[in-house]
Each structure stands twice: as C-alpha cells, then as structure tokens.
Design a protein around this ligand. Structure first.
Ligand code: NDP
Length: 455
C-alpha cells in the first residue's frame, strides 16, 4: 500500500497550480488539486482574460471616427455594457469547464472545497483528510484595500468586471497595472474617469520617459489624472453617490470608486503558520530558489510568493518545480529579462532595464529613442503617437533595455524579448531587416544616439 494518498497535493487551481498538476500528472505522478472556487484562478476569472476582453471592447470606441478617413461611414456608436459583461462571463464559464477537463485528462484529481494544511504531509478539504508526499501552495493573491474611513464603499478589480450597469463617473485609486488599465477601459467605454495616484508620477518601476508619455496621452484622451494625492475618506451621499475626500483637500463626487492599490498573497487561514511555514515581511510565503518553504515537504509558487505577480512567471515556476522534483533536473528560473505590458490605452511594454537603472548600473549607456505617428493615423486624423526606446551598453554594444508605448506595444516587445534573452547587440538589431511598413520596424532602424550616460 502507498504511504500517502497522493505524491503531490496542489492547493489552488490557478495558472501555477494547474500547470504544476497537469505536468506532474503527465509524468505519472499521483496528483490532487483542491480549489474552493472556479478553475483558472485570477488570470482566467478576474484578471488577464476578462481584462483583455474589456481592453478590446474599449479599443472599438474610436472605430467609427477613425475609419472615416478610410472611406467608412458608420452610424452613431452605441455600447451595451450588459452584452459585453455577459459574453465575457459565458466565455469564462466555458474556460472553467475546459480547464477542469484538461486537469481530468492529465490524470490529476480535482477536489472542490477549501483546503487547509494540517501537517507536513496532510491536508483537509471540508473535513476530509488527504495525505501527500508533497504539498504545493498555489493560492494566488487578493486585492489589498487601503485602510481609510469608508473602506466598505470601495470596489476592487474582483467586482468591477460584473457591475450591473456602467457608471457615469468612476474614481480610480492607484497608479499601477490595474489602475491604469481600468482607467483606459472605462474612459473609452464612455465613463468620466478620475484617477488619483499618491506619488509624483504613476507606474512606478517603469521607465520615466514612458511613464510621462503615458500620462500625457491619458490626459489628452480626457482622463482626469491627479498625482500627489490620495484617498482620505469616503462617504455615501444622500443621492446614492460617493464623496471621496482627498489628501490634497479636494473632493471628488462619483458613482463608483475602484481601489487598485495592489494585491497581497493569499496565505492566511491555510494552517501554514502553525506548521512553521515561514511568511516574510511582504506577507508572502518564503521559498528558496526551488520553491521549497521552511517545511521541506511544502512548496509554494505564483502570486503567493514574493517574486513577480505575472501569469507567465507562475507557469514558468510551476514547470521548473515539476522538472526538478520529478525529472531530476536542477534548473533555476531566471527572473532577469522578464517582459511585461500594461494594457492601458495606450499600452506600454518593456523588457530589461529602465534608462534610470541602466545609467546607474552601467558606466556607459547609449539611449536610442523614436517618437512617430503610425501610418494608419495619417488617414485617421488621430494625434496618437508611438514611443520607443532602446538602451545599449556602450562597452559591449549589448541591448539592455527595450521600451515601447503605443499601439502594438505588447505584441512587439514579446518579439524583442527573444532578442534580448539571446544577448543581441545593437549591431544585430541594425543588421536585422525591417518589415515594411510596420511600427515594429523602427526597433531595427534607430540609428542615431539620442543621448548617452557616462560615469
Ligand atoms: P501595482 O503594484 O501594480 O500597483 C499598486 C498601486 O497602488 C501603486 O500605484 C501603488 O503606489 C498604489 N498603492 C499601494 N498602496 C496604496 C495605498 N495605501 N494608498 C494609495 N495607493 C496605494 O498593483 P495592482 O493592484 O495594479 O496589480 C497587482 C499586480 O498584478 C501587479 O503588480 C502585477 O504584477 C499584476 N498585474 C499584471 C497585469 C499585466 O500583466 N498586464 C495586469 C494587472 C495586474 P506606489 O507605486 O506608490 O507604491
């Protein structure tokens, strides 16, 4: 008889958990996955997938106006929120079913219910005990809300996808991925959006010039973007609206308030503390570079640890873990050079160092930039521009950062990321023939140095 019910018990059927479970099961490992909600986790249910659908919906907003120069005459555009929301929901329901089927096909067993770890080798799900040689915590994260009076009036990204109706006005708190993405989405869907950020310039951590470019464009589009202010208090008005008092002394009266103020790892009430699983100062599970916690039979990955809260990172962590545990490899995931995109309108995407980081870390950095109007907009009348930047190590000629803001940014940077991962020099970029006419070809035709940093 087997010592344990399972070889691997995964808690959380999100991106990382499902990938680990399927891969391990395909290798003949006996796997169970516990999930208290729907299969797919944040990405499928309340994150990347519905968000990108809403970004697409938002992009159609200007279709009638911008197509006129190309000969089209369209009627007055009308947007129906409930149709978008319900179509999104049925697509996600299909994805939930498909993900459960994929798990079953791989041989992993899905157990519905809330799991708690009760010993280094045992888990309970709704009072039933399961034993396992190893336990993997892949419980993801949840929105964090700032502790202000009136906190109960704030919505998070968990609720915003399924609003009964589109508000006329929306106040967004925060200046990160979610805040900027929803500002663009709701603005384009016709909502009057005010976005506030506590610092001097939002999108902290990204290249400053890109952040300035995005801020300028969002303002030009009509988003009321306010920096150096924060939410102090929220009160409900007799008319059923919300009045937000801000730290700069101003007030905003609005229909809804979205707090997009970060996400925190989901590691409370899982039984981990009592087993001695170390939780770090970021409230994330501490793991070594093999995703092992301070209890050797317990592993963790994805948003519940303190690496990068990105789906492809969780997938890569899961694949690294399973290969190391069950295929005898000793690989480590390289967290350098991870491309990322913010699907704001316009979007931004990047890989590698920002200009600020590069000029600090390298004695000689050459900066190449270009700002141009895409050919398409020659006939649309739009003032939209695309901004691109390459950062080159002046000593080795290696490209150490690539940044883009504007239409097609994420798609373009994904390709550029391969070049940077391969260690491409600027000379390789220069030798690469462009595809004409595209915006992306500008990345291989930037010839003059915009500025250099030396120290
Ligand atoms: P982010 O960390 O990106 O942004 C949080 C924002 O909230 C920051 O501007 C931060 O300010 C601000 N903030 C934090 N605490 C407070 C507070 N108490 N009062 C006011 N403002 C505050 O988190 P998000 O919630 O936007 O997204 C969570 C994560 O999910 C992202 O970091 C990303 O990893 C992932 N994600 C990825 C997406 C993608 O790949 N396209 C899309 C959406 C999410 P400050 O900068 O000053 O700290």
């Amino acid at each position: 008889m087997d010592k344990y019910d399972y070889d691997l018990f995964v808690i959380g059927a999100g991106s990382g958990g499902i990938r680990a479970a399927r891969m391990a099961a395909a290798l003949g490992v006996k796997v169970a996955v516990a999930e208290q909600s729907k299969a797919g986790g944040t990405c499928v249910n309340l994150g990347c997938v519905p968000k990108k659908l809403y970004v697409h919906a938002a992009e159609f907003a200007s279709a009638a106006a911008t197509s006129a120069g190309f000969g089209w005459t369209m009627g007055e555009p009308q947007f129906t929120w409930s149709r978008l929301r319900d179509n999104k929901s049925s697509l996600i329901a299909q994805s939930n079913v498909r993900m459960e089927a994929m798990l079953a096909d791989s041989g992993a067993q899905l157990i519905h219910g809330r799991a708690r770890v009760i010993s280094p080798h045992a888990v309970t799900v709704d009072n039933k005990i399961f034993t396992s040689e190893r336990i993997l915590i892949a419980t993801g994260g949840r929105p964090y809300l700032p502790a202000v009076p009136g906190i109960e009036h704030l919505l998070t990204s968990d609720q915003i996808f399924d609003l009964d109706q589109l508000p006329e006005q929306l106040l967004i708190i925060g200046g990160g991925y979610i805040a900027c993405e929803f500002a663009g989405i709701f603005h384009n869907l016709g909502v009057k959006v005010t976005q506030i950020y506590r610092g001097e310039l939002f999108l902290r951590g990204f290249d400053v010039e890109i952040r300035q470019f995005i801020a300028a464009r969002m303002r030009l589009e009509g988003i009321d973007l306010r920096f150096t202010t924060n939410l102090k208090q929220v009160d409900k008005t007799p008319e059923g609206q919300y009045m937000a008092q801000l730290t700069d002394g101003s007030t905003v009266t609005t229909d809804l308030i979205l707090a997009a103020t970060g996400r925190r790892p989901n590691c409370t009430d899982l039984g981990l503390e009592s087993l001695g699983v170390e939780i770090n100062s970021q409230s994330a599970i501490s793991v070594d570079d093999c995703y092992q916690t301070s209890v050797p039979s317990i592993y963790a990955l994805g948003d519940v640890i303190d690496r990068m809260q990105l789906t492809p990172v969780a997938l890569a962590e899961a694949m690294t873990l399973v290969k190391n545990l069950y295929e005898g490899t000793t690989s480590r995931l390289d967290y350098k050079l991870i491309p990322t995109a913010v699907f704001s309108l316009p979007a931004l995407a990047c890989i590698g160092l920002t200009e600020e980081q590069a000029s600090e870390e390298y004695p000689h950095v050459n900066v190449f930039t270009t700002k141009f109007r895409a050919l398409k907009h020659a006939l649309t009348g739009s003032q939209e521009r695309i901004f691109m930047k390459l950062l080159v190590d002046g000593q080795t000629d290696r490209v150490i950062g690539a940044h883009m803001a504007g239409e097609g940014a994420a798609e373009t940077i994904q390709g550029i990321a391969v070049a940077l991962k391969a260690g491409a020099t600027k000379s390789i970029f220069d030798q690469t023939i462009g595809i004409h006419p595209t915006s992306a070809e500008e990345f291989v035709t930037m010839r003059s140095i915009t500025r250099s940093h030396r120290h």
